[in-house]
Design a protein around this ligand. Sequence first.
Ligand code: SAM
Length: 278
Amino acid sequence: MAGILYLVGTPIGNLGDISLRCREVLEEADFIAAEDTRVTLKLLNHLDLHKPLVSYYAHNSRGSGDRILERIRAGETCALVTDAGMPAISDPGEDLVRLCAEAGVEVRAVPGPCAAVTALALSGLPTQRFTFEGFLSVTRKSRTEHLESLRREKRTMIFYEAPHKLVSTLEDLAAYFGEDRPVALCRELTKLHEEVVRTVLGEALARYREEQPRGEFVLVVAGAPEESGEPDEAAALERVRALRGEGASLRDAVRQAAQETGMNKNALYKLATQSGDD
Ligand code: SAM
């Protein structure tokens, strides 16, 4: 009979967050698949557990995933852990879950801390509807596409970021969402220097241009405010001009600006030509 794949959530900082079930499943698994075996070894030493470890990280996930699946199919039980938090959330695991599901192998979760949900709960921003955006790409094209797709997002948005990229990410968020958009910067959650700064993007940017960001960050950004009724014609026209400045034809600029602002395309076209933007 096939074994089971367990997705085991581990602490995002404070080892006191290890659950009884996390310990139990790690102890009973035949082997543990870890993102970085050195990090996991520290956790196992803390728990006084000695288990066989295999490596499962982003760049070896394909070959390693196949080998893990084979072992589970042969009857072994595997516990998958990452360096911190829930596997498969901006971490390796997604592919392995899919692989196991497709092969009819049972997958169970041992839920543990997740930085995104922890930050959302602490943010003080609306939690009823939210979107998880993970890390913004460092490639300009996909980064722009990602931000563009969020321009009119009304739900609270959650981003992960590394300290050395924080300022450039805040710059882009402020450019797309405006400097006065509320944001909660949640830093070093559950650790000694845990801090939650509830401010607006412009102020966050000013602070971290002065002060070197340290530690791990989750940025929780408020969604776009409800529109006050009619689409903003001046903003739509401004957007047409910006797109024209980037080299778009009038037709393409109008189509995109209308889509982004909710303004009627024909009305915007007329407005643009009347304003001499053709
Ligand atoms: N799977 C993890 C989870 O469930 O949260 C996320 C892993 S992702 C590779 C790492 C990112 O999570 C960090 O760059 C940071 O944005 C966020 N993060 C992890 N631990 C954190 C903490 N203690 N405080 C703030 N952010 C944290």
